[in-house]
Design a protein around this ligand. Structure first.
Ligand code: FMN
Length: 231
């Protein structure tokens, strides 16, 4: 199984240790590629919209974004892991999600996303991981992934891994590794009702707009090339 892991912090702290505990279960026999943010994408989306109107290859940050996107496309399992900042995911993770908007179903989706599995792993000092989960899961859904599992850890005892008691660390590791066990036998995820409905609605939208367009937008040309719409 190919696994792509994107970590929304460079600190070797709680997020790193939780992510390592998850991967320890899956290291044998699997091909793991890791990215750390912001190191592997040190720029915010500048809003030029070149990806939408022309091509994602022309994004001013394509040299960073394209290797991550190609790794995601080649993966069976995608792991997004992030600490909670201000009740949300980190800005560097959001920056990657912004750069991937061009592949949302409203723009130019890739059918390879429909059969992928994704894990969202977050941690916060308190219990409120829901906002960060929503940030990550919303993008994953619009990118076409149905099979998403989320685990939010409340650290409770402190924000430094070394500060946590041995008992707390062991409990966190056990919980994380129970989740990782679910992926030991690789399986192909199926497109669920939510993604299927979003795809059907966006297809109608693209079909309707494409009939009135001359020349076709990059988005609608993509839908036509895929055979998803007719003109
Ligand atoms: C800028 C910043 C904002 C944070 N905001 C929250 C928050 O809103 N809620 C919360 O429970 N913890 C918050 N925390 C605590 C982090 O979630 C915690 O430090 C992190 O999960 C520890 O993981 P790390 O060692 O990988 O950074 C915040 C930490 C930082 C640095």
């Amino acid at each position: 199984m190919k696994i792509t892991v994107i970590t929304g912090t460079e600190i070797k702290g709680c997020t790193y240790h939780i992510k390592e505990a998850f991967l320890d279960v899956l290291r044998e026999g699997n091909d793991i590629t890791e990215f750390y943010l912001p190191k592997d994408l040190p720029h915010f989306c500048c809003g030029c919209k070149t990806c939408f109107f022309k091509s994602e290859e022309l994004c001013p940050h394509a040299e960073y974004v394209m290797p991550i996107w190609h790794s995601i496309l080649g993966a069976d399992l995608l792991v997004l892991t992030s600490p909670v900042y201000a009740l949300r995911t980190t800005a560097q993770m959001k920056s990657l999600l912004d750069h991937l908007c061009v592949h949302w179903m409203v723009h130019r989706p890739d059918e390879r996303m429909f059969s992928k599995k994704a894990v969202v792993l977050t941690n916060a000092i308190g219990v409120f991981n829901g906002g960060a989960h929503r940030d990550l899961a919303t993008s994953l859904t619009w990118l076409g992934i149905s099979d998403i599992r989320k685990l939010g850890i409340g650290l409770m005892e402190g924000v430094n891994w070394a500060q946590l008691s041995q008992k707390r660390r062991q409990a966190i590791i056990r919980k994380t590794q129970r989740l990782a066990e679910k992926y030991k036998n690789n399986y192909t995820a199926r497109k669920g009702i939510k993604v299927g409905t979003l795809f059907a609605i966006t297809r109608m939208m693209h079909q309707g707009i494409a009939r009135k367009e001359d020349p076709l937008s990059a988005d609608n040309q993509h839908w036509l090339d895929k055979g998803w719409i007719k003109i």
